[in-house]
Structures are given as structure tokens and as C-alpha cells.
Design a protein around this ligand. Sequence first.
Ligand SMILES: NC(=O)c1ccc[n+]([C@@H]2O[C@H](COP(=O)([O-])OP(=O)(O)OC[C@H]3O[C@@H](n4cnc5c(N)ncnc54)[C@H](O)[C@@H]3O)[C@@H](O)[C@H]2O)c1
Ligand SMILES: [Mg+2]
Length: 283
Amino acid sequence: MSIRHELERLLGKFGQDSQILEDSVLIGCSEQQEAWFALDLGLNSSSSINASLQKAEVETALQGSFIKLTKALFELNVKDASLLSTAQALLRWHDAHQFCSRSGQPTKKNVSGSKRVCPSNNIIYYPQVAPVVITLVSDGTRCLLVRQSSFPKGMYSALAGFCDIGESLEETVRREIAEEVGLEVDRLHYSASQHWPFPHSTLMIACHATVKPGQTELQVNLRELEAAAWFSRDEVATVLRRNHPSNQQQSGAVPFRLPPKLAIAHQLIKEWVEKPTCSPLPA
Ligand SMILES: NC(=O)c1ccc[n+]([C@@H]2O[C@H](COP(=O)([O-])OP(=O)(O)OC[C@H]3O[C@@H](n4cnc5c(N)ncnc54)[C@H](O)[C@@H]3O)[C@@H](O)[C@H]2O)c1
Ligand SMILES: [Mg+2]
């Protein structure tokens, strides 16, 4: 039986019209060039009838269980996590762009899901990604870590911020660091990038920055951050070694911890700990 027939059989069993397969979006392909599609069954939608009953039925039929996307992402390998994050971001974009913002008419998805078109005026809508810079600031011996009140308890990360329209990445880094902690960037060095699905699709562009020695006094913007502080290489290296979910809950105390391995912030911090003297470029 083909995969399509198997899917149609399963959808029929769950009381769904097989027509919804047309809503699938292409998210990649295997090494054998088999296409991978993602489909939103709408089980979380409040308009879905008997959503909880359907969920249980699907779990039984597929011998699996639904878990929160945030949790799933951190339990999968990098390749699967990346597929899941693409699927979630693309499906959510389609869900949020059902109508043309000019004509108000319903838009139509193309077969692969790479765009939507308004049939009344041919305006094409492409999935959007918001660029965000994430920077690990160092003064040569210490690195700057910050926390927002929305972070899990005890977690500190590198400083992040959305690019404003018209800005270069370098300008965003300088502005965000000045705005959030009152520091002036001396040198800047690109590290890596990552697609990040939370809260919406962002392209995280990760950099290392240095400030001039002696110009390290923090003016923390408490509207944006809950806390910011300098940490020594030893402190960070110790936490990196024990940064595992099983170490996160200790009797009452909230231990200092870093973002999970999958997050590019983790990679930036690890890079800084392991390779403290990378040759920076002038910003
Ligand atoms: N993958 C990682 O390692 C990692 C680590 C830290 C942060 N992040 C992500 O970086 C993102 C940005 O960090 P931040 O919250 O410090 O940014 P930020 O400092 O720019 O502050 C966020 C605020 O910026 C405004 N904003 C401007 N443009 C926006 C846009 N296009 N979308 C949403 N809000 C916009 C909103 O008012 C929002 O509350 C967050 O979404 C976070 O999930 C990822
Ligand atoms: Mg920020």
C-alpha cells in the first residue's frame, strides 16, 4: 500500500477528510530523495470537534504520544529537531496567512507550500523569517550573560535582539548591546547561524563581541532584562559540564544554568570557553 493510501486510511479512521492532505507542506527530503511533508491535523485548534478524543485515538493508532514542541525539540537529534522546527514554522506561517492583506480574499497555497497567492490580484506571499542577532560579549577574561523573566528559572543566555528595518547586523549588535546593558562594542566576530522557531520564525545570527578593558560597567535595562552579569571562564565551564536536565532541579535552590545544547547560544558560550582568543575583526 502506498504511503498516501495508508495516510488516507488513517485519516478516515480519525474522521478526517483525506482532502486535508492537500494542506501538506514540503519540509525537505531524505538522502534517497524521498520528499518529506508536514501536515497540521488541527488537533490543537479550539474549533476542532472532540479535539481531546481525536488526540487519544491518534496516539493509540500510531502507538505514540503527543508532547509539547518545545520539549520535543530538545529531545531529538539535531537533524530531526531542524525538520520539526521547519515544519512548525512553515505550518504556522500558512495558518496565519490565509487571507490577502490587500484584497481580504482567501489566499491559495502552492503544492509544495513555499508560497501563497491571492487569486484576485496575484499578490504572492512568501514565508517570512525575522533576523535576530545573538551576541556573546566578552571583556577578554569574562563573558556577559543575561536573563529575561520569561527564561526557565536560573537560566542565563547571550544577549539577543531583533534587527530593525534598515539596520545592518553590525548596527543591530551595537544598538542592542548599548540598549540592554549600556556597553560599547569594540570588536565583532561572526560565529554561526540557526533557524529558531520561537516565538515566531527567526534566523539567529550568532556573534562574539568584545568591549574595551576598563569599559565594563553594566547599566542593565530592566524593561528588557531581569538580570545581566559578568561570568568568569571557570564559572561558565563548570556549568557547561553539568548542564543537563537531570541536574536542573536541586532541593529548592535554583542553580545557574545555560541554554540547552540545541540552542545556538549554547554553542556560542561553548566556543568562548574552549577558544578564548579568536581573532576578532573591527566592528
Ligand atoms: N536560539 C537561541 O540560542 C536563543 C537565545 C536567546 C534568544 N533567542 C531568541 O531570540 C529572539 C529575540 O531575543 P529578544 O527577545 O531578546 O529580542 P529583543 O531584545 O529585540 O526584544 C524583544 C522585543 O522586540 C520587539 N520586536 C521587534 N521586532 C520584532 C519581531 N520581528 N518579532 C517579535 N518581536 C519584535 C518586541 O517588542 C519584543 O518584545 C527571541 O525570540 C528568542 O526566542 C534564541
Ligand atoms: Mg533582547
